[in-house]
Design a protein around this ligand. Structure first.
Ligand code: NI
Length: 139
């Protein structure tokens, strides 16, 4: 059979609180730029995460990646660390990074990238709400 590329997607979910804030700005400017997301006492989101792995099928398994293995990585490295946490206060990656959806998606990419074979492409889609999501293209 001819070699062809296929995308495999694992969908996951976590809840987390955050606050968008730039410590270099005044309270007024933070409020103006981040609005409700600057609320001093945090607020939560139900995040939906899609981890997409693209590559050639292994001719022996027929898999691009074993989804059991992919799911284990996401559980251990992302969900166990992010779920039901305050991203600003509990998750060290965001100590100096504003936890916008863009930045959360990029951090998830950086965590997972070294765990996945270099021959495979990795893309992250993160929904903060049903209507707002970001894609980190990983290129
Ligand atoms: Ni928010």
């Amino acid at each position: 059979m001819e070699k062809y590329k296929t995308a495999v997607v694992r969908r996951e979910h976590f809840n987390a609180a955050h606050r968008l804030h730039n410590a270099n700005w005044s309270d007024e400017k933070n409020k103006e730029v981040f609005g409700k997301c600057n609320n001093e006492h945090f607020h939560g989101h139900n995040y939906d995460l899609e981890v997409k792995v693209i590559g050639f099928c292994n001719p022996e398994t027929g898999y691009v990646i074993d989804t059991k293995v992919l799911s284990k990585y996401i559980q251990k490295e992302i969900l166990d660390v992010f779920d039901h946490r305050n991203l600003n206060m509990d998750v060290s990656y965001f100590k100096h990074i504003n936890p916008t959806t863009e930045n959360v998606a990029r951090v998830i990419f950086e965590i997972l990238r070294p765990l996945i074979s270099n021959e495979l492409e990795l893309k992250i889609k993160l929904y903060e709400t049903e209507r707002n999501f970001v894609e980190y293209p990983g290129e």
